[in-house]
Design a protein around this ligand. Structure first.
Ligand SMILES: [Zn+2]
Length: 276
């Protein structure tokens, strides 16, 4: 074998190896529903969280923590390879989730948090049915629209429609895409409200008989720019499941054309918040 032939062989092998490594790279993930709450902070250090994200291929997160200091802790790590999009969570303590929209103390707290000037959205908050007509909910929705902030709402379809009626055009991430809202209703809502984005955590019905549910598949193909995935680490135990949750999303998304899978996995989140 002459030297030139050997060099060619080596180059060809290296090229082949690069191709294999690329093919094996898992789909990057934008986690659009992440909480780093007080209880989790006692178990998981910010460094451990960043290491976990690196390990599972999470490149960016929509962070919404109770209290917001959890999010600030993560941002303070300044991890160059993990982008953190901070959302203002209107909860100081867990019970705020039940009455935040009628609690004047929460209103003062949110006003103070907003002055940090760092938040890209407000939420995740919980509101259902007629409660979405509360004057403070209306105020928050209109404020979000005026300041070009997203809302991140854990709500039934009734509350989502009320919010969108009070502030038409506000950008809204629908946590869990309603969780139990029928797919027919989801489909109708997506047709009606072009500013609605569906986040997919706790939608166990994504999978049917080990495969991506055909109606979900149809929805993803029809609205490839309007879905995002999330882990929803709302209790500390969920942190142990992050790897499994991401593997589940990758398995479901693998049944879609690559460009649609990439959008839902991370490109939509990156585009929504202008990330590179
Ligand atoms: Zn949540």
């Amino acid at each position: 074998m002459n030297a030139r032939f050997c060099a060619c062989l080596l180059l060809a092998s290296l090229l082949l190896l690069t191709c294999f490594v690329r093919a094996a790279e898992p789909l990057p993930i934008f986690d659009a529903h992440m909480h780093y709450n007080l209880e989790a902070r006692a178990t998981w250090s910010p460094q451990q969280v960043i290491a976990l994200w690196r390990h599972v291929g999470i490149k960016a997160v929509l962070a919404t923590s109770r209290p917001n200091e959890g999010t600030l802790d993560l941002m303070a790590q300044k991890a160059p390879d993990i982008k953190i999009v901070p959302f203002l969570r209107p909860y100081r303590v867990q019970p705020d989730r039940h009455d935040w929209f009628v609690n004047p103390e929460v209103e003062v707290f949110v006003g103070k948090e907003l002055r940090r000037g760092i938040y890209r959205g407000i939420g995740e908050f919980h509101i259902f049915g007629k409660d979405a007509d509360a004057p403070y909910m209306i105020k928050i929705a209109r404020l979000a629209r005026a300041k070009d902030l997203y809302l991140h709402a854990h709500s039934d379809e009734d509350a989502i429609e009320r919010i969108l009626h009070h502030a038409p055009g506000v950008k809204l991430i629908w946590a869990h895409t309603g969780m139990s809202t029928s797919l027919d209703k989801v489909e109708a809502m997506f047709a009606l409200y072009p500013n609605l984005v569906g986040e997919l955590s706790y939608r166990g019905d994504l999978e049917q008989d080990g495969k991506l549910h055909p109606q979900w598949k149809r929805l993803f193909l029809r609205y490839p720019d309007r879905f995002v995935v999330g882990t929803d680490t709302w209790v500390t135990q969920r942190w142990d499941e992050v790897g499994q949750l991401i593997a589940f999303y990758r398995r479901m998304l693998s049944e879609l054309p690559a460009d649609v899978a990439e959008r839902i996995a991370y490109k939509n989140g990156f585009a929504m918040f202008g990330l590179q």
